[in-house]
Write a new protein. Structure first.
Length: 336
């Protein structure tokens, strides 16, 4: 199997904000080509979205990243051409109704038609089939999947594969296009300790051939470039001898000693909430208390009658109602 030059992965203040807030934020990484990168964190912390953003499948809204010199989010199409996805649930699931041989032939066919050179389509059919068969054998060897060990060989249904076998099959299909960046989601999901060791050994072997590997996991191996969705507990150096040291990161009076400052690979999730925003201002207004409200009422008595209504308050309320009505009208016109 040929060994493509891996893609360097760099990011600075990389983030994505959705309708419900930040999905991930402040991502920073500088990994050399052929690196093994592990995105570590609990499920639901933005790991998959970061993987899709770094492979050009999801558009970031803050900062930038560079994949093999292609700057994101501007050159997402160029990144998609050099990055391949292994198994990402909900994005490129294996077809459970196909056999392993059919799934491999489908992957080879799609690659030849959409990713391969146009001149390859002009070759005789027998030559195309021979080349596809040879390529499939190469990627199966690279993924460590021996079809002869399957219950029914190449005719084994995809639904009957063990979890690790399905991972190897998805890796083999992704390698058909000789990508410079290979990305997988939930690598260690439902794997035993032995199977997890085998899975990481597989990714190390692929990285050793030159392909950069990006894998989402719950626990990163020691030799991987780790991106963490949240800082580890032991990384809080504030007060190692204090009995309540684990609660130190939650204290607002020590923002400068947050754990992500010592091990800052990724900062999002709970750390993003520490940034001042409109919610904090709203909380400040709620805590103002009755004295502030009384002062505001006295200041609003501009007409001197002592009732505190203030003539300009009525005008302002009317003006706001009129503006709101205009906005509603514009919205209805846009719908029409």
């Amino acid at each position: 199997m040929d060994s493509p030059h891996g893609a360097a992965v760099k990011a600075e203040d990389f983030g994505l904000k959705g309708p419900r807030g930040w999905v991930f934020r402040g991502v920073g990484i500088d990994a050399a080509p052929g690196s093994l990168i592990a995105v570590e964190g609990p499920s639901g912390s933005g790991r998959t979205c970061l993987l899709l953003a770094l492979t050009g499948r999801m558009k970031a809204t803050q900062g930038h990243a560079e994949i093999d010199g292609h700057r994101l989010p501007k050159r997402m199409a160029a990144v998609r051409r050099i990055a391949a996805l292994g198994h990402v649930p909900g994005v490129n699931d294996l077809d459970q109704a196909l056999t392993v041989a059919e799934q491999l032939r489908e992957g080879a066919l799609l690659h030849r038609r959409y990713d391969g050179p146009v001149r390859a389509l002009l070759r005789p059919r027998a030559e195309r089939r021979a080349r596809a068969a040879a390529r499939i054998d190469e990627v199966l060897a690279a993924a460590g999947l021996d079809l002869d060990t399957l219950p029914k060989g190449a005719r084994t249904s995809v639904r009957d594969l063990e979890r690790l076998e399905a991972v190897r099959l998805s890796v083999a299909i992704a390698l058909l296009g000789s990508p410079r960046l290979l990305a997988l989601d939930d690598l260690d999901l439902k794997l035993s300790d032995t199977e997890r060791t085998e899975a990481w050994a597989l990714l190390r072997s692929i990285a050793a051939r030159g392909t950069t590997v990006l894998a989402v996991c719950s626990e990163a191996p020691a030799d991987a470039v780790a991106l963490r969705t949240s800082p580890k507990e032991p990384d809080a150096p504030d007060a190692p001898d204090a009995p309540d040291a684990p609660d130190a990161p939650d204290a607002p009076e020590a923002p400068g000693t947050a754990p992500q400052a010592a091990d800052r690979k990724i900062t999002w999730g709970s750390s993003a909430k520490s940034a001042p925003d409109a919610d904090a201002a709203a909380d400040a207004d709620v805590d103002a208390g009755p004295d502030t409200e009384a002062a505001a009422e006295n200041d609003s008595d501009t007409d001197g009658d002592g009732d505190g209504d203030g003539d300009r308050d009525t005008d302002t309320d009317t003006e706001n109602d009129d503006t709101k009505g205009e906005d509603d009208a514009l919205s209805e016109a846009g719908r029409a």
